[in-house]
Ligand binder design. Structure first.
Ligand code: GLC
Length: 680
């Protein structure tokens, strides 16, 4: 690889995150337009008035990150409002696109603050938590070139199994095997395609990792087999915390072998999460990581071939010490006539018990015999949990590609699994946030991703569900997931079932395209989801678009994310044809010339904008991914002479990864109204 446009600067003694895969010589000094001040923990850059800033991966706000302050700090926070600074993933990479075009990756596994025109509107000021970090400066002509170089630097992204491009239904929780079967039956009876159903924490025995409740899921292995026979994958959750309970093998093995994180006294660090008191496996200790990874075998032996790793920031509800401190504070007010500020302080004391900095600084890791405080490595905990599983899968079932995605992440983890966008809400604004995070995550290497479609927290409406689905069908990870106590949002619960069925089937018709574009963007270090500004450089309108995306090489999407809308304004950056789908077979086509348009989109429709001289491959939908019939392939679009398209297909697995074959098609001008194509 050509890395001469990447410069690496090393400050102090950085902790090795293994975020990169390329060896780059360390440069002396500092880059000319980045000034590192005395204590070498500030990186500042003066932006031009119209400079744009991209990146930051999983973060709130727009695709252009300018005008806010972000902190890379894996945080368990379900309120993704626009003033939040951190979410579950920590992705300290930005691209500045202005007179200078460059990327900055601050490889530091704890808090890094990116003040991008917040304190001073034209200044980027990056503050690193400690003076021990690596700084990569990536130069190039365009943001896309920088993404490509950066992605080569950090290594090839994880490739999810083909079946995981099917629709997946989740809820916290389907409590019994009967509940799960009823979800499957309802989807199938309604003619809705589906490939997976999720098992949230209640499938376990008292929330103990790698156990299954015998009462609620009797003969689990048989059950897994029986749903597999219906072409359904069950995807159980694995939480980071291991319940403290005598007689529970995972706990006892971890305790006896010193595989858990320690506190400042060298005792196992204890916190409370879903199972009550837990210990955290020390994923930074290679032996502990290997041990925990092999535990997934308990479930893969029963036929499970997909997992989601959760609570791995790690999330801490409370620690005994933290709780005691809070209770002392609260009781100290008893009988006193407290002022209003004391009252608010009291509230904050109680709320501050969870995920408290005091607790994180009491956690210690054993890194090859050296005790390392969690405070300096917080962001790579979940990363290493996911890596431990991925490493183990290669040993346990090399002939399978097992689905793995995580909540917490750091750059580097993208090689081992995908991520979902965490606990969002059934809010209209979160449809837009879902859209805006897709390209930002792609820039940081996270390609298998998606939001909890229809929203995790809060109650949804039928209209929101349909509009979200119209975006969800383009997310690689297309999962409908919701929280305990919220309105049921499985698609068969709503009145207009025909519309839900049609859109779900459209997803399946599009899977060959989406999968192919996904594979190609992984292999070419490209973006599957591109902001328009990356494609139409110099077009000031395209450069300002924040709510439309290029998806792969042929299409653009512009989903509706507001209630009671009859359509939306769309900027058409080049002549395109809009295909308005009511179903995979029922669609109308309209040509649009470059410019601003209002496009009517009813809530049972999806509009796909196809670029001129490009085509969109489609197949006939199927009830699940294994039944997709590629002989039904067709192309739609407007081709003047010829367009070549490469279709990627999964043909098996080896060494824990999908084997992918490629088929090239030549697509040419229509004959009897449909595009001609042949394999070349
Ligand atoms: C966390 C997860 C969510 C899950 C819940 C219960 O909030 O992010 O997806 O449903 O825990 O396990």
């Amino acid at each position: 690889m050509k890395t001469d446009a990447i410069k690496k600067y090393v400050f102090g003694k950085p902790f090795e995150t293994n975020s990169t895969v390329e060896d780059i010589e360390t440069s002396d000094g500092v880059p000319s337009y980045v000034t590192v001040s005395g204590d070498s923990i500030h990186i500042t850059y003066n932006m031009g008035k119209n400079d744009k800033v991209y990146g930051m991966g999983e973060a709130v706000r727009g695709i252009n990150k300018r005008g806010w302050i972000y902190e890379t700090y894996c945080s368990d926070d379900p309120m993704h409002t626009e003033t939040k600074r951190s979410l579950y993933g920590a992705h300290p990479f930005i691209i500045v696109d202005g007179e200078d075009v460059f990327g900055l990756f601050v490889d530091y596994p704890d808090r890094v603050t990116f003040d991008i025109g917040y304190t001073s509107i034209n200044v980027i000021d990056i503050t690193v938590g400690a003076p021990d970090y690596k700084l990569y400066l990536i130069e190039g002509e365009t943001p896309l070139e920088i993404v490509r170089k950066f992605r080569q630097l950090i290594g090839r992204s994880y490739i999810a199994p083909f079946w995981s491009f099917g629709f997946q239904q989740s809820r916290w929780s389907y409590n019994t095997s009967r509940d799960v079967q009823s979800v499957i039956d309802n989807y199938r009876d309604n003619g809705f395609p589906i490939d997976a159903v999720y098992l949230d924490i209640d499938y376990m025995e008292s929330f103990k990792d790698f156990t299954v409740s015998e009462q609620n899921f009797p003969d689990f292995g048989e059950f897994v087999k029986s749903v597999k026979a219906q072409n359904i994958h069950l995807v159980p959750i694995i939480d980071a915390g291991v319940k403290i309970e005598d007689g529970y093998d995972v706990y006892e093995e971890g305790r006896d072998n010193d595989y858990f994180c320690k506190d400042e006294n060298g005792e196992d660090f204890v916190a409370a999460v879903w199972p009550g008191k837990v210990c955290f496996p020390d994923f930074l200790n290679p032996k502990a990581a290997e041990w925990f990874g092999m535990k997934y075998k308990t479930l893969t032996d029963l036929g499970i071939d997909g997992f989601w790793n959760d609570m791995n920031e790690p999330a801490i509800f409370y620690s005994e010490k933290g709780l005691e401190r809070a209770i002392d504070k609260v009781t100290s007010y008893k009988g006193k006539n407290i002022g209003i500020y004391d009252f608010f302080g009291l509230k904050d004391t109680v709320l501050g018990v969870s995920n408290s900095p005091d607790d994180y600084s009491s956690i210690y890791h054993n890194v090859n015999g050296e005790s390392v405080c969690h405070d300096t490595v917080h962001n790579i905990y979940g990363y290493n949990m996911t890596k431990s599983a991925s490493d183990a899968f290669k040993k346990i079932e090399p002939d399978k590609n097992i689905l793995m995605f995580s909540r917490a992440s750091y750059i580097g983890m993208h090689r081992y699994g995908g991520i979902w966008m965490g606990d969002n809400q059934s809010w209209w604004s979160h449809i837009k946030l879902n859209l805006q995070m897709l390209p930002s995550l792609n820039m940081c290497g996270f390609m298998y991703t998606g939001a909890d479609m229809v929203g995790f927290g809060d109650h949804c409406t039928e209209e929101l569900a349909l509009r979200w689905l119209a975006l969800g069908i383009f997310n690689p990870l297309m999962r409908n997931h919701s929280a305990l106590g919220t309105r049921n949002q499985e698609f068969y619960r709503f009145e207009n079932r025909d519309a839900f069925r049609n859109l779900l089937k459209l997803r399946y018709a599009l899977i060959p395209y989406l999968y192919s574009e996904y594979i190609k963007s992984v292999e070419n270090s490209d973006l599957m989801f591109k902001p328009l500004s990356f494609e139409y450089r110099g077009d000031r309108f395209a450069e300002a678009v924040e709510d439309q995306l290029m998806v792969g090489e042929s299409i653009m999407i512009a989903p509706v994310y507001e209630p009671n809308a009859i359509g939306r304004s769309v900027y058409i950056p080049e002549d395109m044809i809009a295909v308005k789908f009511r179903s995979e077979d029922d669609y109308s086509v309209q040509s649009y010339s470059k410019g601003h348009w209002f496009v009517e989109i009813a809530n049972d429709e999806v509009v796909v904008f196809i670029r001129k001289n490009k085509a969109l491959p489609l197949v006939k939908s199927a009830d699940c991914t294994v039944n997709i019939d590629y002989s039904t392939l067709r192309f739609i679009g407007e081709i003047e002479d010829e367009f070549e398209y490469t279709l990627c297909r999964e043909t098996g697995a080896s060494n824990g990864e999908s084997i992918i074959s490629k088929e090239n098609y030549s697509v040419s001008a229509p004959d009897n109204g449909t595009l001609k194509f042949n394999k070349i």
